[in-house]
Design a protein around this ligand. Structure first.
Ligand SMILES: [Zn+2]
Length: 281
């Protein structure tokens, strides 16, 4: 695909909506609603037990919150979508483009280091935590496979989005054009000012990179980076036809989401979970 085609493609659909389930505010993807075999949720910071600055539904264990309270929050989010914490699988996020395939045989509650998880096994629910970095949520309704990826600026310049698509194609026989991807709540182009090191690293590798950066306030070497659009372009290059932007900026919406940038590092992490419905394993 030619990069200039990006502007021509009507591939952006806005399609997440808020709903309150068992006292938790969460978002669902409208395009996923028709698929009754699927369980998914983008959680917010509302409805949990943590005290400030982790108030209240913090799922991050590495941010300084009380581990017992985080555990209670995690049990609550699982309960809201009718699964148990034992059915979830997560990993240690390392800002890579490494993708792990999870099945009945290799599953563990924490899979080690990676930034993408994929599965086609019912009853395995992929789970990650976010606080500005981009959640990428994948469904192939034809193959019935799902994926979840964490893409901050480092993961984005490594093409974590494309790596996840390629892993789904290789591991499950998915066609890229069947896969639906959602760009979840993340720091938006309105708020994500970056410095020269990000500009230097991103410019040579991102599709049509010059149009992903906007210089606003005249700070030399700085610009606002559109991570949402960078990931959307990578997904289109990988062959997707349907990419849904949630258009929720975590830094603008600290009433609903945790934002590492807006809250100067003193904050929590919200969760995203997706899986194919199935019996407890
Ligand atoms: Zn913003």
């Amino acid at each position: 695909m030619c990069y200039t085609d990006f502007m021509m493609m009507p591939a952006v659909t806005r399609g997440v909506y808020p709903v309150t389930v068992k006292n938790l505010l969460l978002y669902r993807v409208a395009a996923f609603d028709a698929h009754s075999y699927l369980t998914h949720a983008i959680f917010t910071r509302r409805g949990g037990y943590s005290q400030a600055p982790f108030n209240t539904l913090n799922l991050g264990l590495s941010v300084g919150d009380d581990p017992q309270v985080v555990k209670k929050n995690y049990e609550q989010v699982c309960q809201a979508i009718d699964i148990s914490p034992e059915q979830t699988v997560s990993c240690h996020l390392i800002h890579s483009a490494d993708v792990l395939t999870i099945n009945q045989t290799n599953r563990q509650k924490v899979m080690g280091q990676a930034d993408g998880l994929i599965t086609a096994t019912p009853g395995i629910y992929l789970s990650m935590r976010f606080g500005d970095c981009t959640p990428l949520i994948f469904l192939d309704p034809v193959c019935r496979a799902v994926g979840l990826t964490h893409a901050g600026w480092r993961g984005t310049i490594k093409d974590a989005a494309g790596a996840t698509v390629r892993a789904m194609v290789t591991q499950f026989g998915c066609r890229a054009s069947d896969i639906i991807a959602v760009i979840g709540p993340a720091i938006g182009p309105c708020c994500y000012e970056v410095g020269p090191e990000v500009l230097a690293a991103a410019s040579p590798v991102l599709p049509n990179a010059a149009t992903l950066f906007t210089r606003r306030n005249g700070r030399a070497g700085h610009a606002h980076f559109d991570l949402w659009e960078a990931n959307r372009r990578q997904l289109l290059v990988a062959g997707l036809k349907q990419v849904i932007k949630s258009e929720l900026c975590t830094a603008c919406r600290t009433d609903q989401f945790f934002s590492h940038r807006a809250e100067r590092g003193r904050t929590g992490r919200f969760g995203v979970i997706i899986g194919l419905r199935g019996a407890a394993v």
